[in-house]
Design a protein around this ligand. Structure first.
Ligand SMILES: N[C@@H](CCC(=O)N[C@@H](CS)C(=O)NCC(=O)O)C(=O)O
Length: 207
């Protein structure tokens, strides 16, 4: 087994799909969580001045979605056909846009601006909800988003919605909460034994 060491902040953020994919694959990994103070000292030594970075057998990789795709290919979580892989990529791109919007809300401290951004984010949630519902409805192959087995698309979807209500409130999460197909899918992913175990033991980081 390769040795993985993932460095990120003590939040879910861009690293959580990577952590869950590794946990699901059954590959032990070092889950290195650093403080902002430590980050100040190490930023200049990282490849592009950002986290996450992941060392795989001593070789360093960065850009969260490149790391996620590396793991998806390694552990057969990327779909089989070109079409399936492209659909997984579409889901990953949805996650990136969704995360960027959510981070804007999370990091805004001015109450009025936060309210405005939160409203915009709530409107943005509708699009991936529609996409995921469509994929689940059209894919008859065992109830996963893409193809006949769990892929990183399901993991990414889980990271987007599982804690959305707790983090941003019911108004933002409304489109998701109203979609019973998607709510049931998130529960199904969480019921996967390796994912359940990871969620129970992971640090209770917000965001
Ligand atoms: N496109 C990059 C973005 C990385 C990024 O912006 N990371 C943030 C944390 S989510 C970061 O390192 N912030 C600290 C900094 O920029 O100094 C990726 O997906 O890895």
């Amino acid at each position: 087994m390769s040795k993985y060491s993932l460095t990120y902040f003590d939040i879910q953020g861009r690293a959580e799909p990577i952590r869950i994919a590794l946990a699901y694959a059954g590959n032990d990994f070092e889950d290195k969580r650093i403080s902002f103070e430590e980050w100040g000292k190490m930023k200049a030594d990282t490849p592009q001045g950002s986290l996450p970075v992941c060392s795989i057998d001593g070789e360093v990789f960065w850009q969260s979605t490149a790391i996620l795709r590396n793991i998806a290919r390694e552990f057969d979580l990327y779909g089989k056909t070109n079409k399936e892989m492209t659909t997984v990529d579409i889901v990953i791109s949805n996650f990136e846009e969704f995360f960027d919007k959510s981070a804007q809300v999370f990091m805004q401290h001015d109450p009025e601006k936060k309210e405005e951004l939160s409203k915009e984010f709530g409107e943005k949630v509708v699009q991936p909800v529609k996409l995921f519902n469509k994929l689940l409805t059209e894919n008859k192959n065992g109830g996963w988003l893409v193809g006949p087995q769990l892929t990183v698309a399901d993991i990414v979807c889980f990271c987007m919605f599982r804690d959305l209500k707790d983090m941003f409130g019911e108004e933002v999460a409304k489109a998701y909460l109203d979609d019973k197909t998607l709510v049931a899918h998130i529960a199904k992913i969480e019921a996967e034994p390796a994912i359940k175990k990871w969620v129970e033991k992971r640090p209770k980081a917000i965001f």
